[in-house]
Structures are given as C-alpha cells and as structure tokens.
Design a protein. Sequence first.
Length: 269
Amino acid sequence: MTAEPISDREFTQFQRFIYEVAGITLAPGKKALVSGRLAKRLAHHKLTSYGAYFNMIASGQSPAETQTAVDLLTTNETYFFRESKHFDLLRKLAAEALSQRRPFRVWSAACSTGEEPYSIAMVLDDVLGGQEWELYASDISTRVLAAARTGHYVRERTSHIPPAYLKRYCLRGVAEQDGTLLVEKSLRQRVQFHQVNLNSPTPPKFGQFDVIFLRNVLIYFSPSTKHEVVGRLLGALRPGGHLLIGHSESLHDMGGPLQVLAPSVYRKV
C-alpha cells in the first residue's frame, strides 16, 4: 500500500502541529524531510495519505503516536565537545566553584542523543571530582532520550573527545560491539535525564543553575517563541550564571538581565 505524496495543505498541517506542540518553525523547504520521516508511520498504520496520519495524531486518541510524530519531526544533530570554547569556559567556571567550595549545577536544555551532557559530565568530573555537582539533561523527544541514557555511540561520533577523556571515561567495544564506545557507567549515572518541552508555559522545577546550555535550538523557534523560552530559562539561572547558545544564534534582541561576554556566551546580571 503506497501513500499519496504529501500535499501542500498536508505539509501546512504538520507545520502548524509542530509549532503548536514544540514552538518549532518548519521552513517551506522542509516538506521532503517531513514526508521522508513520517512515511514509515503511514506504512505502519496502513494509511494512504499524510492527511489521514495527521488526523490520527491531532485527534488525541493515541498520545504515544503523537509523541512518535514529535520525535520524528524534531531535528537532532550533535557531537561530543561541540563548540570547544564553551567547554573551556565550563572548565574555568567549575574551577572557580571548586576554589570557593560551592556546589555547581548545569542544565543541558536540548540534549538530543546525549553527546552534549556527557561532554559536560567529563569536564565536571575531571575538575570537581568529589565536590558536589549536578547535571540535568532534557529534550522534548523520548526517542533521543532513550538513546542518550544508553551512552552507547559509534566511534565516528566520538572523534572530538580529548584522548585523555576517551581513555578515562569510555569503554571500547569488542567483538560484535567493535566500532562503538560506551560511556563509563559511573559517569552515565551522574546525568539526570528528563523529558522537557521548552515551549511549555510551565517550566520544570529543577532549581537554579550556574550554567545552562541552550545550543542550536533557538534557530528553530519564531522570534516570539524564542523570547518566551529564553525568559523561562533565565528564571532557572542564578544571578551571575551563564547561558550558552549556538554560535549561529543570537540574543541581541532579547534585552532583560543579560550581559554579552562573547558571541554565544551570556551572563545573567
């Protein structure tokens, strides 16, 4: 059973759906992406049109299928130690917390498949050791969170991990696991993974953080949604705390209690 090609009207329905659920704006050029990512779900349910699948997820009759659609339509692209200057700053801030003997808390707010929070965890464990630190990691997609919790990656995705960290925190796969790496168990257990929709008007009650990573997600939000999301996250950032965004992103139009320290690095004043 072959589905009809996705129509402009059907694509508009999915654009509206993912915007209303997650605040994500799908550009007109993403029509082929939507079609490709959802095709298997149509086949699974023996549906012949994308409109029929949209009606299924929009009806609310199958929350699990609606979540599957959200998982498939949210983009997840990441790698270990992405944008290395952010990790240089993280090391510096963690060292300051160590010298002041105070707890240190970090939130990876769009953690995708886990490369970012595990990179953060390696730095925190290295710098802070036994001193108190906490690391929260969240994403809207249950699919990528499930992958993140395993800490299991193909070796090609780990090429940016510093050699010393690779040796200290990763186990090399052998036999049928050859070509893969597993993040060491004690480090995996330090990361607290949660499903969070950043577009929800009710933010999670995680407490106050010293650093929030909000990288490479704002580019998918409309200007109004971006303002709302950043405003909510600033409520979870302690005064003097740092907000890190992607290098292709900017908060120049935000205003509020933010001081620009460098491109993509902001401090709450």
